[in-house]
Structure formats: structure tokens, C-alpha cells
Design a binder for this molecule. Structure first.
Ligand SMILES: [Zn+2]
Length: 272
């Protein structure tokens, strides 16, 4: 069994502030330590469940938030900027299962540190009319490779948000968001125990899990008309309203790549 872990950071127990999520921020060291603890809990459980190899793709920020030699289970570590497949970089059809660790809710949700990829660009997104956060959009890549997503860890909002696209997903709640900038977290040791237990159970019979289902196109609302105009320069992206673009999902991998290109191209407009 080959296991692919996409590790984000905002959904980790104890993380409530952007300062914990940016290399320049006070608290970043603590944030990374907490992230590592949850990633290692997932790796340990995957290994115990019979994983022959585990790949961790660093899916947060500059995508280099972990010390490679601190990873459990001799896991491979895919890290570094400008990966075209972004949070799903490295996934292909040879993997048997995907785990989402440290995930957060979509931009409009009350999830702590909520956003959909870039909070300064994307205000909402939908697949087939159903709200898609980061998990739903990343499910496009897993759907393309026909790999099921077994687990998502984070707050109380991430599971319900992922479930329309990943019906078999197990959500492991490690904190209760109280708002976009506050949460009550489990003690990290308890959070890691929950992750170990949840991943072990979810990987018990991977063959019964189905890959994500993608029904309908991806609509993305952006903050400004300039962003919509620029986004529509990307192949596969069509402007359908003043601040909305549409990406057809007939080929889910192309759709995912059009979306990540949209995120890359609009970054220059997001600082002003
Ligand atoms: Zn992140």
C-alpha cells in the first residue's frame, strides 16, 4: 500500500494565528513542531496499517515546513516552491490512498484561518454548485488519478466540507473553531492519538474506498474584476460573471492545473 499525505498547517491542533504559519512569524517554530507531530502520527498509523511507502507532500506556504530527518517511518518528503501540482504534487495512479492532514475550511466558512488557497484572491468556489474548499479542489487531482481520500484532519468544519466530494472520508477533529481567529484545541498528544486511531481504522480496508466524485464544473469567485480578467488568460479558465470564472472539469487533472495556474497568475494582483 502506497500512501500519499498532503500536509497543510492551519488545521493543526494549537494553530490559530497566521504568525504560527509563516517563517517570519513569532510562533512559527511551535507551529512547525505541532505540524510535525500530527504528520508523524499519520505516518505511524499508515505504517502500522501496512503501508509499504509513505510520501509527505508539504502543502503549506513555502512548502518547506518540516525537518526531513524528523519524519517518522522513513517517509519521503516532497517540498519546495513552484510545484505545478501544488498541494497534490507527486500524486499519481500508483498510490492507493490519500490523507489530508492539517486542513482548514473554505474562505466563507467559520473555520479558523479559513481560506480557499489564497485568501487575498478567492472569496468562494463551487464544484457543481456545491461549495468546494481546498479539500474539494484538491479532490480533483485525486479523482483524476482514481485514488481515494481516506482521511481529513482539522477542525469541525473540514469533514462536512470535504464529504460531498469524498463520500468515504473519515474526519478527525483535533480542534473546535470558535471563529476565524480562535479555536479550542485538543492537547497535541491527544490530537495525535486521535489521528493514529482514525488513520488506522480508515486504512483497515482501503479497497472499499471510492475515489472522489466530481460532478459539474468548478466556479471560482475572486475579489476583484482585475483578477477575473487575468485569471481568464489561463487555459481552461473562462470568465462567466464580473468576478467569477469557470473551469470545466471533464478532465479533472487539467481542471486542477488550471486552478493552480489561476492561483499563481493572480498572486501579483493580491498584494495591492
Ligand atoms: Zn496552509
Amino acid at each position: 500500500m502506497k500512501v500519499f499525505i498532503s500536509a497543510d498547517m492551519e488545521g493543526v491542533a494549537g494553530v490559530v494565528d497566521w504568525e504560527q504559519c509563516r517563517p517570519s512569524g513569532t510562533g512559527y517554530e511551535v507551529g512547525c513542531r505541532l505540524l510535525l507531530g500530527e504528520v508523524n502520527a499519520a505516518i505511524d498509523a499508515a505504517t502500522a496499517a501496512g503501508a509499504s511507502s509513505v510520501t509527505v507532500t508539504d502543502a503549506h506556504g513555502l512548502m518547506a515546513n518540516l525537518a526531513p530527518d524528523a519524519l517518522a517511518g522513513r517517509a519521503s518528503y516532497r517540498s519546495g516552491r513552484q510545484e505545478p501540482d501544488y498541494m497534490m504534487a507527486g500524486l499519481d495512479g500508483s498510490y492507493d490512498v490519500v490523507l489530508f492532514v492539517g486542513y482548514h475550511g473554505s474562505m466563507p466558512s467559520p473555520s479558523v484561518l479559513s481560506h480557499t488557497y489564497n485568501p487575498r484572491v478567492v472569496s468562494d468556489a463551487r464544484i457543481g454548485g456545491v461549495r468546494a474548499g481546498t479539500s474539494g479542489i484538491n479532490a480533483l487531482a485525486a479523482a483524476a488519478h482514481r485514488v481515494p481520500i481516506a482521511v481529513i484532519t482539522g477542525d469541525q468544519h473540514v469533514g462536512p466540507e470535504a464529504r460531498p466530494f469524498c463520500p468515504d472520508i473519515t474526519d478527525i477533529v483535533v480542534k473546535q473553531s470558535l471563529g476565524r481567529e480562535s479555536a479550542e484545541s485538543l492537547h497535541p498528544e491527544i490530537a495525535r492519538e486521535r489521528i493514529r486511531e482514525g488513520v488506522t481504522t480508515a486504512l483497515h480496508d482501503v479497497a472499499r474506498l471510492s475515489p472522489p466524485t466530481v460532478v459539474g464544473d468548478l466556479d471560482v469567485d475572486v475579489l476583484t474584476t482585475d483578477m477575473a480578467v487575468l485569471a481568464a488568460r489561463v487555459r481552461g479558465v473562462e470568465r462567466t460573471a464580473e468576478r467569477t470564472v469557470m473551469i470545466a472539469t471533464g478532465d479533472p487533472l487539467e481542471a486542477y492545473r488550471s486552478f493552480t495556474a489561476l492561483i499563481a497568475i493572480t498572486r501579483g494582483l493580491s498584494s495591492s
